[in-house]
Design a protein around this ligand. Structure first.
Ligand code: SAM
Ligand code: SF4
Length: 326
């Protein structure tokens, strides 16, 4: 699938639930989500059907996300079915890690290739403050379990927020000296109104890089494999790598190769644009594969050239990240 700007779309992100066992202040309100009923969320059969068609159209990598994907029952079997689709796409998953340790080996055996674990503080009280729930120990155990299970290279996603946890950037970076992990620092994105932190608490990539330099000189790494938005570095002698994702301050739109499916069954051509196409209604009206393929191609066709976030006339959207999947 190729869009109007010459970008090859080969990466599908599936949000399998909008529910979560944490309440990160930059993502979810304390009261949780206005419980989308079970019937409103795409069934695994429906998600598989979309995935199979997308793979036929050239998608080679599928990321499972949410909400928290590991809270949805049957997720291991779903991974197994996705991984055995003709075309054998690579299956990855983004999780907060709370439930991962006991599931890591089963997920690997089912065909999951690797995981990204989101973690914003290495201090228990602060972890609980940001996520409004305890659980740091479980996440740390999950990192070990994921590595042991072979869900590698293990990536850790950290969102630095000024005045909240940005002072831990060096502590996170230090992990890459000893462990073969990729620690990725992602700019806080004011994607929707009413988040727990104001847009001014965004900690820009340039400041992240200044913090990182306090631990030592950073060696830039060239990227291999499919394009991703991270700038990659390592510390000389370090076992792991550092990624910096300037989601807001620099456009990586020109390299965007993704299409998203929201938990409630919408195709979302761009994370930052409100435009969505209703694939659930089509599925439930008994559409054939040709019509579903046509809708996927239409979504690719309306991918905007670039996002407007960070610009003065950008209007934050309605959806928070847990309904889109990040
Ligand atoms: N629950 C899983 C997790 O936390 O990894 C998967 C879904 S979560 C929505 C996916 C990613 O989005 C997480 O890494 C989280 O840190 C990130 N995220 C959520 N809201 C964000 C925001 N406003 N700015 C930047 N990243 C955000
Ligand atoms: Fe849940 Fe992930 Fe959102 Fe945190 S970032 S509230 S873990 S969906």
């Amino acid at each position: 699938m190729k869009d109007h700007f010459g970008r090859h779309i080969e990466y599908l992100r599936l949000s399998v639930t909008d529910r979560c066992n944490l309440r990160c202040r930059y993502c979810m309100p304390d009261e949780g989500v206005a419980a989308v009923g079970h019937g409103d969320v795409l069934s695994y059969e429906e998600l598989l059907r979309i995935a199979a068609i997308a793979v036929r159209l050239g998608v080679c990598k599928i990321r499972i996300t949410g909400g928290e994907p590991l809270v949805r029952r049957g997720i291991v079997d779903f991974v197994r079915e996705l991984a055995s689709l003709p075309g054998r796409p690579e299956i990855t998953l983004t999780t907060n890690g709370l439930l991962l340790a006991p599931m890591a080996a089963d997920l690997k055996a089912a065909g999951l290739s690797r995981v990204n674990v989101s973690l914003d503080s290495l201090r228990p009280e602060r972890f609980a403050e940001i996520t409004r729930r305890p659980g740091l120990e479980k996440v740390l155990a999950a990192l070990e379990a994921a590595e042991k299970a072979g869900l590698v290279p293990l990536k850790i996603n950290m969102v630095p927020i000024g005045g909240v946890n940005a002072d831990e950037i060096v502590d996170f970076a230090r992990l890459t000296l000893e462990r073969p992990w990729e620690v990725r620092f992602i700019e806080f994105m004011p994607v929707s109104g009413g988040l727990g932190y104001p847009p001014e608490s965004r900690f820009p990539a340039a400041e992240i890089e200044n913090e990182l330099a306090r631990l030592g000189p950073l060696e830039p790494l060239s990227r291999k494999g499919p394009a991703g938005p991270a700038r990659l570095y390592r510390y000389p002698g370090g076992r792991g790598r550092i990624g910096v994702i300037p989601a807001v301050s620099h456009h990586f739109c020109s390299e965007c190769n993704r299409l998203r499916v929201t938990a409630d069954g919408r195709l979302r051509p761009c994370l930052f644009s409100e435009e969505e196409l209703d694939i659930k209604s089509l599925l439930r009206a008994g559409a054939d594969d040709a019509s579903l393929s046509a809708l996927l191609l239409e979504a690719v066709g309306v991918k905007p050239e670039r996002h407007q976030i960070g610009e003065t006339d950008f209007v934050p959207g309605q959806r928070r990240m847990q309904t889109i999947g990040g």
